[in-house]
Design a protein around this ligand. Structure first.
Ligand code: SF4
Length: 362
C-alpha cells in the first residue's frame, strides 16, 4: 500500500546509529530475517500438559539456550522455512506456561495470584478475555517504527497519576473483547498493508501475555513484535518474552528514590526496571523511552540516563520524551501541575550528553 511517510521515518533507514542498535529489527522489518516468534515455532520442546510448572520452566530454560543457537544459524544462512514444524514447540511451551500463570497471575511485579481463568481480576482489572481499545497504523511513534501496527489493550499494572491514556489504563471505557483468531487476522492485515511492526501496548500489554501468545499461534506472516511496556513485569514474563519480542520498547522514567511509588504506586520500580532492561538487551533489541517529568530531572532523569549508559551501552537507542502534560490525577502531585520548561528540556539533553549517550532522540 502506498502512503506518505514522515520524512524522518525515511531518513532513519540510513541512520548508522539506529541501524547498529536495531540491526535485527531492520532485517525483520525488511523481510530479510524471520521474526523471533516464527523461529520459536520451529524449535522442538519436550513437554506434556500434565507436567508440573517447575518441569515446564526447566524445559523452557533448555529451549532458551537452543533458541539462541537456532536463531544464530538462521540469521547466518539457514532458510527457516525448510525446517519442519515440530509436534510441540518452544512457542507452544511458552503458551502452556503463560496459561498456568493465568491461574495465579504473576505476569507483573504485583503478583496478585488471582485466577484469571475464572475471570477474577487483580490490580490491573484484566480478566480472561483480551479486551481492546483500538487498533490502527500509528504514525507518531519513533521514526524507525512508523507506520506501526498498534494495538491498545485495556488495563495497566501501574497507576501513574499523570497517565495520558487513563481512560484505557483505568477501564473508563469498556473496550471490545477480541478472540485470538480475530486479532491474528488484524495483525496479519496490518503487516500486509505495510506496517513495519506490530506494536503491543495499552494500558499495558503485560497482563495479556497469554492472549498475545495465543494470538500469535495463528499468525504465519513475519512481523517484528514490539513489546511496548511500562517495564514493571515479573521475571517470569521476562523469560516468556525472550524468543517472542523482537524489540523491547521500554519505559524508564523514575530514578531509584521513592518517586515511582509516590506517583505511580510502583514500589521497587528501579530494581524491576533495571533487571528487565538487562534481560531485554540479552534477548532482543531495545528502544528506551525516558519521559522527562517537571522537577524530576535530578532525582529521575539523571540517574536513569547514567544507568543506561553505564549498564547497557552508550549506543543504546533512547527517546528522551518532552511531551509531559498534566492529565488525569496529576493535580494530586504538586510538582507535576505544569508542562516542562525550555530550561528543563535543555537540561535533559545536557544530562544525556554528560552520561555519554550517543544514540538518543528527542
Ligand atoms: S498482571 Fe494484573 S492480575 Fe496479574 S499480577 Fe499484574 S496486576 Fe495482578
Amino acid at each position: 500500500m502506498w502512503r506518505l511517510l514522515r520524512p524522518d521515518a525515511v531518513t532513519v533507514l540510513n541512520n548508522a546509529m539506529a541501524r547498529k542498535s536495531l540491526s535485527r529489527y531492520f532485517a525483520v522489518m525488511q523481510d530479510e530475517k524471520p521474526a523471533k516468534f516464527l523461529i520459536a515455532k520451529k524449535l522442538p520442546a519436550d513437554f506434556s500438559k500434565s507436567d508440573p510448572l517447575d518441569v515446564l520452566w526447566k524445559q523452557h530454560e533448555q529451549c532458551a539456550d537452543e533458541f539462541r543457537v537456532m536463531e544464530h544459524a538462521i540469521d547466518a544462512c539457514k532458510d527457516f522455512r525448510e525446517i519442519p514444524a515440530p509436534k510441540k514447540s518452544y512457542f507452544d511451551l511458552k503458551l502452556e506456561i503463560a496459561s498456568r500463570i493465568m491461574r495465579g497471575c504473576h505476569f507483573c511485579n504485583r503478583r496478585c495470584s488471582v485466577d484469571r481463568t475464572r475471570s477474577k481480576r487483580g490490580y490491573c482489572g484484566c480478566g480472561y478475555t483480551m479486551t481492546i481499545s483500538s487498533i490502527f497504523e500509528h504514525m507518531g511513534e519513533e521514526p524507525e517504527l512508523v507506520p506501526s501496527g498498534t494495538i491498545f489493550t485495556m488495563g495497566c499494572t501501574m497507576r501513574c497519576r499523570h497517565c495520558q491514556n487513563w481512560s484505557i489504563s483505568q477501564w473508563k471505557e469498556p473496550g471490545a473483547e477480541s478472540k485470538p483468531e480475530e486479532l491474528a487476522r488484524e495483525v496479519t492485515s496490518l503487516r500486509l498493508n505495510g506496517c513495519r511492526n506490530v506494536n503491543l501496548v495499552g494500558g499495558e500489554p503485560t497482563p495479556w501475555l497469554q492472549q498475545w501468545l495465543e494470538t500469535f499461534k495463528h499468525i504465519s506472516v513475519s512481523v517484528p513484535v514490539v513489546w511496548n511496556s511500562n517495564t514493571y513485569y515479573s521475571p517470569e514474563t521476562s523469560k516468556l518474552l525472550a524468543g517472542f519480542a523482537d524489540v523491547y520498547l521500554l519505559d524508564f522514567k523514575y530514578g531509584p528514590g521513592d518517586c515511582a511509588e509516590r506517583i505511580s504506586d510502583a514500589p521497587d520500580y528501579w530494581r524491576v526496571c533495571a533487571y528487565n532492561h538487562l534481560e531485554a538487551k540479552k534477548h532482543g533489541e531495545l528502544i528506551i523511552r525516558v519521559l522527562v517529568l517537571p522537577n524530576h530531572l535530578e532525582c529521575c532523569t539523571k540517574p536513569t540516563l547514567k544507568w543506561i549508559a553505564e549498564n547497557l551501552s552508550v549506543e543504546t537507542r533512547v527517546n528522551i520524551m518532552f511531551q509531559y502534560r498534566p492529565e488525569w490525577r496529576a493535580h494530586e502531585i504538586p510538582e507535576l501541575h505544569r508542562r516542562l520548561t525550555e530550561d528543563e528540556q535543555k537540561r535533559a539533553i545536557e544530562l544525556a550528553k554528560e552520561a555519554g549517550l550517543k544514540n538518543f532522540i528527542t
